[in-house]
Design a protein around this ligand. Sequence first.
Ligand code: G6P
Length: 489
Amino acid sequence: CGRQVGRPLRQRLLVVANRLPVSAVRKGEESWSLEISAGGLVSALLGVKEFEARWIGWAGVNVPDEVGQRALTKALAEKRCIPVFLDEEIVHQYYNGYCNNILWPLFHYLGLPQEDRLATTRSFQSQFAAYKKANQMFADVVNEHYEDGDVVWCHDYHLMFLPKCLKDYNIKMKVGWFLHTPFPSSEIHRTLPSRSELLRSVLAADLVGFHTYDYARHFVSACTRILGLEGTPEGVEDQGKMTRVAAFPIGIDSDRFIRALEVPQVQEHIKELTERFSGRKVMLGVDRLDMIKGIPQKILAFEKFLEENQYWRDKVVLLQIAVPTRTDVPEYQKLTSQVHEIVGRINGRFGTLTAVPIHHLDRSLDFHALCALYAVTDVALVTSLRDGMNLVSYEFVACQDSKKGVLILSEFAGAAQSLGAGALLVNPWNITEVASSIGQALNMTSEEREKRHRHNFLHVTNHTAQEWAETFVSELNDTVVEAQLRTRQ
Ligand code: G6P
């Protein structure tokens, strides 16, 4: 879809996401420091530059006092961010509860919580009520800052109720909604008690986007089977109102990574890491410490590989960066202990006095350290059980133009559809298959690595976050124009 003639080059865009691209840490009554937030959504949206964008979202911190709120609002304004203040109870019920204990696992095919998981965060109904209340709070802030001609782009599973709230305020608002996770098969979505209300709220948007065609198809099926609406190749139609539904695969700001490799500090890191691991092949995992990332399964596959390949035992090392996330949710706490237990056991089994096979870090790395790590890696392991897209795989590829390392990639990550031809695709549940792919990757000829890398590198550098956002917003503009034209006919 082309741009309309006469449209201003830098359109005002209100990006609404649960989490702002920066998280706030309080240093004093009126003083705050801001740190870049983790996660695929932030990493992609940081690459979007063409718009006059403002972010609206939660700064990841409870600020009960007005003095603190005023100071934080001021600090965030410098970053073009506008905070939504959520109190502890709402965060507990809406974010820990409905978003991360119900929708997140469900959308990743891990099912609805059993009784014991629900009991920890009170009842489903009160969590859903808090979810709607929180979405309304986001809508209030959007409405306060909205100006005619703005485009409002809502993101992710936290804000499925937001399109409806916004249209209730102003039917003419151009509203898009994009999901960064998979949208599951309609049979899975059907199990959700609030299934219809959520679908109807999303359908209030003018444009609904997903990473892959499959997710878009699942969403349309859910609307036809659960709501009895009509699905068309364009989207979903409800009593003459068409909601456009389509796939918009996300990308990264690949230049940012490629340029970083030239920075002296990164070069220095690369030199240090190369010396530190000389004589060993480096395998890398970078994930938020989340059950969808399949970290225990990945480590068990690595153990199986070591078990079956004595030759490699002192010639390979696995570096696993596991960024802590959602640490108040009990499921995530259990996962941390489980991963530590497995890593300890394997290091005890295969380690020596001078070296261990797995270096496991429960923390994030700064951008430059991360780029250096990507650059020295021989084999990256992205073995999510399910993943909307997975941008770590893109970041790795962007940093590999000299080394041409191998990407082992889960067939259940959205990225498998774009990087599948260059990566070794695996079923992460099949530990034997992953172990044998590790062997294949470590033994691959340089010609084959080059060929596979070239395919992926071209994709990652040609399909950027910038292009993703421009395509979505351009289509959103056109969708609204089409809708207006239809009403005039
Ligand atoms: C995923 C979600 C994002 C979320 C990120 C980090 O990428 O799609 O919406 O921001 O995880 O999770 P958190 O709960 O820390 O925001």
